[in-house]
Design a protein around this ligand. Sequence first.
Ligand code: KIV
Ligand code: ZN
Length: 446
Amino acid sequence: MEGTRITVFDTTLRDGEQSPGCSMNVHEKVRLARQLDQLGVDVIEAGFPIASDGDFGAVQAIAAAVPRPIIAGLARAAHHDIERAAKALQSAIRPRIHVFLATSDIHLQHKLRISRQQCLEQAATSVRLARTFCDDVEFSPEDATRTDPEFLFQVLDAVIEAGATTLNIPDTVGYTVPAEFGDLIRNIRERVRGIERATISTHCHNDLGLAVANSLAAVANGARQVECTINGIGERAGNASLEEIVMALRVRADKYPYYTAIATEHLYPTSQMLEEITGIAVQPNKAVIGRNAFAHEAGIHQDGMLKNRLTYEIMTPQSVGVPDSKLVLGKHSGRHALSLRCEQLGYHFERRELDDIYRRFVVLADEIKHVHDHHLLELIRESDGESHRIPPSRVPAERAEAVAAGAEEARRLFPAGVPSEFSAVSLPANAVPDHHSEQEDYLWGV
Ligand code: KIV
Ligand code: ZN
């Protein structure tokens, strides 16, 4: 791997779990932590031990069950919290105590009701205490992006002096924008005393939909750890999504010369596991792991995909663990995909006949939205389908399997038909359109 290594700190089990409807029991947390281990995350924030006995037990159980990654436990900048976190982490091979204290005037005046001076002292004292339990201590100045930068630098100076090894800069309320956040990280790197002894980390929330963009800006300006969650779950609009950050770094390595240890083919299975455990569905158009992330319905796109996948895909579905791309048949689909699906179901039509099926298909798709194979088979039957069945001897060797499977499906569904999945075309490995000129295909595809 070329470039600089970025540490991936997963907080699905802590910040992610704080989002409505996402709470998990100990058994579920351990199951997900094992999956995060397989995925290759460097740090698992397993919980907030002072928050409840359940959280304490989950951190303890994960520390015992998952030996490879660093296991972090969150603590407010308070004696009892830090002791409790240290206790929960006792059996971790690589424990980390993560101490946080708000530093913005809004939080100091209205929430904590302490002065800047008290904040400075409390932050340093807490980090010093945490270091008596553990060599690996992370400090987060909560609401850093709305903190007076000069005061923020003072706090960071003080906690490094007290022994913090990671300085995490949270955009707690998702307020910052990429250029501003990048500047802040660069200024921290240039202005904070002793910063070379610590790792700068980023922790972005998604209130303006900028969490991933802000995290990437931070990396470009010197952050070497990103905090994120699977499926982007987290407080309010969520945290920066792990899968999006990792794939942005990977796909655009030309712009971001950094790499992570994430085994990207486990991204989709991990996302699915979280969805199954929490019952919170991923939005279909979610980048990288959403149901539609590799689905194409528009005719022009389908035609392009059938000629070369590079036309409309910037990464392969397999690289993130999605089995394959899908060409979904709907009212925007074109003849090219329809013709291929007919062939996969075992029927071949000449162009004029296919035009007729296509016209009826579009009318139907407009009415019912989701076209299933049994609908398509019905249209085929109305077009004297039996006389168009592809005889096994005429099926090219490379398509034999697909056609056999299609014919089997046809036998199963036709004529009664049971609605199952939407009708979707499986993409042939080497799609070679067998009609007319390239440009005509493009127009025909619509
Ligand atoms: O968003 C935030 O500020 C946090 C801290 C505890 C790191 O989650
Ligand atoms: Zn947070």
